[in-house]
Design a protein around this ligand. Structure first.
Ligand code: COA
Length: 187
């Protein structure tokens, strides 16, 4: 089952939150996002590794620009977060939507820009757009139990903790316990 056309359309839709502009991710975002995304500190609680170089990031963004997995069973919605006032980029918000319409979110705010509400506003804008789309049946996130900033962020957006998976993943020389969060969709 392929993602609904409305979800494909949402993937191409720019979003805004106050002074933040969320631009549907394009390969050309690789250069301006590279320095921020290359910071190993961003990956402390997630299995991913920083991109090796801007070319590797561009290759990844080219795959993501298809907006769907090669098998066609997932929609890939990604937005580069830009600060309108100075045109700089501050992060990235990702939503992966399965064929049944369940969305899983992930997000990065570059280290020098953290702690100023950018994550909350940018992720909030994506969550609001997903929640307004009837083809989206659920919105969830899996978060390492040590990731206090991410836990605080989703709870501030109204997500509720629905589970704890011990040893959910193994990376960077240790095991990761994960909370599962879901946003109650009030429709
Ligand atoms: C999680 C992340 C996106 C938060 O971005 P941010 O722009 O700093 O977040 P905000 O400034 O909007 O803060 C959101 C909330 O988290 C709180 N917070 C921020 N950093 C925190 C920290 N280190 N510890 C505890 N709480 C923290 C803020 O006080 C705020 O709470 P409030 O709304 O009650 O005031 C950012 O820390 C990040 O990119 N981390 C690395 C990547 C990552 O782990 N992503 C999540 C994967 S699930």
């Amino acid at each position: 089952m392929t993602p609904a056309p409305a979800i494909a359309a949402l993937a191409e839709t720019p979003l805004a939150a106050g002074e933040l502009r969320l631009e549907p991710l394009r390969p050309g975002h690789a250069e301006p996002l590279f320095d921020g995304l290359a910071d190993p500190a961003l990956y402390r609680f997630i299995p991913q590794q920083p991109p090796a170089d801007a070319a590797a990031l561009r290759a990844r963004f080219e795959r993501l620009a298809a907006r769907r997995s090669p098998a066609g069973d997932q929609a890939w919605l990604n937005w580069a977060v830009r600060v309108a006032a100075d045109g700089t980029y501050a992060g990235l918000v990702e939503a992966t939507v399965g064929s049944g319409g369940a969305a899983d979110i992930a997000y990065f705010v570059f280290r020098g820009r953290q702690g100023r509400g950018i994550g909350r506003r940018a992720v909030g804008a994506v969550v609001e757009a997903l929640a307004a789309e009837p083809a989206i049946t659920a919105i969830g996130a899996s978060i390492d139990t040590r990731n206090a900033a991410s836990v605080t962020l989703v709870e501030a957006l109204g997500f509720e903790r629905t589970g704890l998976v011990r040893d959910a993943d193994h990376f960077k020389g240790g095991s990761s316990d994960e909370y599962r969060y879901q946003l109650p969709l009030r429709r």
